[in-house]
Design a protein around this ligand. Sequence first.
Ligand code: NAD
Length: 368
Amino acid sequence: MSKKTVYIAGLGLIGSSLALGIRRDHPDYRILGYNRGEKSRLIALEKGFVDEATDNFASFADQADVIILAVPIEQTIDFIKELAQLPLKSTVLVTDAGSTKLAICQAAEAHLGPVGINFIGGHPMAGSHKTGAIAADVNLFENAYYIFTRTSATKQDALPRLIDLLSGLHARFIEIEPQEHDRVTSQVSHFPHVLASSLMNQAGDYALEHPFTNNFAAGGFRDMTRIAESEPGMWTSILMTNPDAVLERISEFQKRLTEIADAIRHQDSDHIWNFFEKGRQIRKEMEIHKRAGVDSFYDIYINVPDEEDVILMILELLRGTSVVNIRINEENREDIDGILQITFKSKEDLDRAAHVIREKTPYQVTII
Ligand code: NAD
């Protein structure tokens, strides 16, 4: 692409991080931004994520070679309808960042297709519980899947143009059908969020009568419920725009719960053993330890003694390796192998850390 103008609508976590990634490989491109709220608009301007910013969506649309909609899903659909009515460059390419794809792609087919506007759906599969331009991170999408969903409004050049524009994200670009995207993400993302919040709601209610629930909640419970801290607005939008697939996953899961409940009721230990063994084997085989989607990190557990400077010594060994989080698991470690938990961003960092700690210390190191 020669020098282009990119218009990003929504300068939140995703929109601002996309702006940073685009700037990395295309420093000469002009990036314009829209944001409804003043705070993220000002941060994006001050930090240079965008060259100019507006709170009037329509005002920059006619200057854009590429428009990226990075607002909530319902608002993305409204902007698609609005774009169909606006005077735009004939070669403009429109894409989005929404977490569900079918409803957005159907809106593009209904409104942009008939007026000849080039559209391809997009979903960068990385994020965090943080929101707004303040949380922007140029490395947010590193090694994460960035999914494109073709529609009847998608022209031949859409995918190569976007792959070139977004090369600085260092993401893994992949194309699938919008419907298949929504089915797969319902299983690995949308339904797990329902489950995590159900578990938290259940534990919270139970703790009212059994206060030790709070004390004894251990690492396994924490791992299973971490995503219950996600932003409720975004997850409401996701369930509202992917109802069929999520409802199917819920009823299928209800059958599994009934099956294991029956096995417990009938004291069928073989069935229970097979249930756990099957889950264990499938998890081992799944590429779950690679950073390939939303919220995947790499944890190492080190059984360090409670001695002075021991943690400092470990951190000294990790000098130069990027650490995402450090946690000292003091309370209940029933299902965690190690008092010191260190989280890394990539498998390479984790492997390097495990190697050096095993080599230079006598402590037991576990990777899960
Ligand atoms: P965010 O809250 O950080 O940013 C959303 C932006 O949209 C904000 O700047 C806000 O001002 C603007 N906005 C909100 N409601 C609006 C409205 N009614 N009209 C106009 N602007 C409005 O959220 P985000 O995480 O950047 O999410 C943006 C999009 O990216 C969503 O569609 C979301 O589904 C998708 N997404 C999010 C994640 C994630 O984990 N956060 C991951 C992948 C995709």
